[in-house]
Ligand binder design. Structure first.
Ligand SMILES: [Zn+2]
Length: 311
């Protein structure tokens, strides 16, 4: 029986799963990580987690890695982590191959999650899938004809750093008015805190959704603006790519219809030529398992294909 190991190296949490060739999970686990412990600490924690899996018949067929940060264009090394030291030019794929004695592949987390949703999740059955994560940051993964589109330098999908409000709030990347600076979870929370004259950090985006749901006008206004700008950024990407379906994951997407309903309305009014309901905008199927399912999708056979070893 073919077994595929999926490893999710997030900034503050780690997860691993083992799946069969159809992507069905046989085991899954999560553990915290100390970002200061660097790659060695994270790898050791994942090794302990995987040891609890029922892998009595030896090494997995292949291992996939989802990494929460930029990776080099050939996806063998991590370039850096925004959460802790030690990930600069780190040969993570070599280490994983050595430890689990099988071939490995890696992608950044948005790309991996996009492929996971396309193969096994909300985008299953579609050829062209645009995946968006709206969380601490905003990132995208683009699947064209069932395969990831990485761009010339592996930098595709930086939708979070497209400008939707020239001169707007400062983004962590240094520019002003990026989509991430106006519609990510922390951006929504910050805008609301400013509006009510409260300290930054005293409320979360989740609180803003809750207060808007309870009828608080100021919270509704903040959300309306953030969702409008998110819709504009998304509509721009839809106009460019013409995907079959858009799948949205990440912490902010947990708000559910409070986000999706107005977002669909904005996209419908902004998209040109207006595709009435041609592009479905769906919630991701895998919440905190998205990284692991994406990692498995990197190495497991495409549904309908015979299992083969990755080259
Ligand atoms: Zn930016």
């Amino acid at each position: 029986m073919q077994r595929y190991l999926g490893l999710d190296f997030g900034g503050t949490k780690l997860a691993a799963g083992l799946a069969d060739e159809s992507g069905r999970l046989l085991a899954f686990g999560r553990c915290p990580t100390d970002p200061a412990a660097g790659p060695d600490g994270a790898i050791a924690a994942l090794r302990r987690l995987v040891e609890t899996f029922p892998t009595s018949d030896g090494a997995p067929t292949a291992s996939g890695v989802s990494f929460g940060g930029p990776v080099d264009p050939v996806c063998r090394r991590t370039l850096l982590s925004h959460h802790g030291p030690g990930w600069e030019e780190f040969a993570l794929v070599d280490r994983v191959e050595e430890i689990w004695r099988s071939p490995a592949k890696m992608e950044n987390d948005a790309n991996a999650a996009a492929l996971g949703e396309c193969r096994y999740g909300a985008g299953r059955g579609y050829r062209h899938v645009l995946y968006l994560t709206v969380s601490t940051g905003i990132g995208a993964g683009i699947v064209i004809d069932g395969e990831l589109y990485r761009g010339a330098r592996g930098l595709s999908g930086e939708l979070g750093h497209t400008i939707v409000m020239p001169g707007g709030p400062r983004c962590p990347c240094g520019k002003r008015g990026c989509l991430e600076a106006v519609a990510s979870g922390p951006s929504i929370a910050r805008a609301y805190a400013e509006k009510i004259g409260s300290n930054e950090g005293s409320v979360s985006a989740e609180d803003v959704f809750r207060r808007a749901g309870a009828g608080e006008a100021r919270a509704s206004e903040i959300l309306e603006q953030a969702i409008e700008l998110l819709g504009i950024g998304l509509a721009n990407a839809i106009n460019l790519l013409d995907p079959d379906v858009v799948v949205i994951g990440g912490g902010v997407a947990r708000a559910g219809e409070a986000l999706f309903k107005p977002l669909r309305g904005v996209v419908r009014s902004v998209c040109s030529p207006s595709p009435p309901d041609a592009v479905s905008i769906l919630s991701a199927a895998f919440d905190d398992r998205g990284g692991v399912m994406g990692a498995i999708a990197l190495v497991a056979p495409r549904p309908g294909q015979q299992p083969t070893l990755p080259s």
